[in-house]
Design a protein around this ligand. Sequence first.
Ligand code: GLU
Length: 274
Amino acid sequence: MEYGRNGLKQSTRIVVKVGTSTITYPNGKLNLLRIEQLVRVLADLRNQDKEIILVTSGAIGVGASKLGLTYKPVTIQEKQAMAAIGQGILMQVYERIFSEYGIIAAQVLLTKDVIDRDDRKNNARNTFDTLLKYGVIPVVNENDTVATEEIEFGDNDTLSAVVAAIINADLLIILSDIDGLYDKDPHKHADAKLITRVDKIDDHLLENCGGAGSDFGTGGMKTKIMAARLCHDALIDMVIINGNKPRNIYKVLKGEEIGTLFPGKSKREGVVNE
Ligand code: GLU
């Protein structure tokens, strides 16, 4: 058994999370080429007998674009309505492309009560296990239409880590619009360096990774670090890579040094072996 980057080669139950900016253009319309590339990689991994779960955002953006809105919806009612429009479109596209590769996709919409209520958590776990047993790829999003401000996950980074923990995944791969975690904001500092591995997720890292006035990272990095903490606690490896080349998922699974690794499993044995 190997740990660290090499250990990732042995991952068999893998959650992949993709964000809105990776699968849509700035005008909100779907980046079909990107989705096609991503689905092909996931279908190919499925053919290698890996168990794949896709957590996808995009419902709200796609719904807004479908309605021709030129602004980003801000009220919860508007977001929920946009998600109701967009989720169906998103799912239809995934379903169609997965089926071209002979893969069955299943829509799973979750609310935060899968964390708080054991019965809901068990139901979700059983559903995932059964889908995976049949070789299906679950395509997960938050059930935005019923989630209210108080109970929502709010972001799919957290949702993807919760899903990974519920199903006891080996690995969570977060596809981002940036190559990983940097020591300072790469948009502002030309000498910003990519951090290839983070072993300790403390409050300092969380506070400085992308909130307003932060020193490094992007706006979306904070939720990714929070996801990493959830994974760390659940002893699940997590890697952030740039989603612009979905084929880079193969590099992660070959143990190549790409993106930022937050080791989870390696901690279980207390062994780190690069
Ligand atoms: N559930 C939201 C959507 O599909 C996305 C949340 C997020 O961006 O993380 O539009």
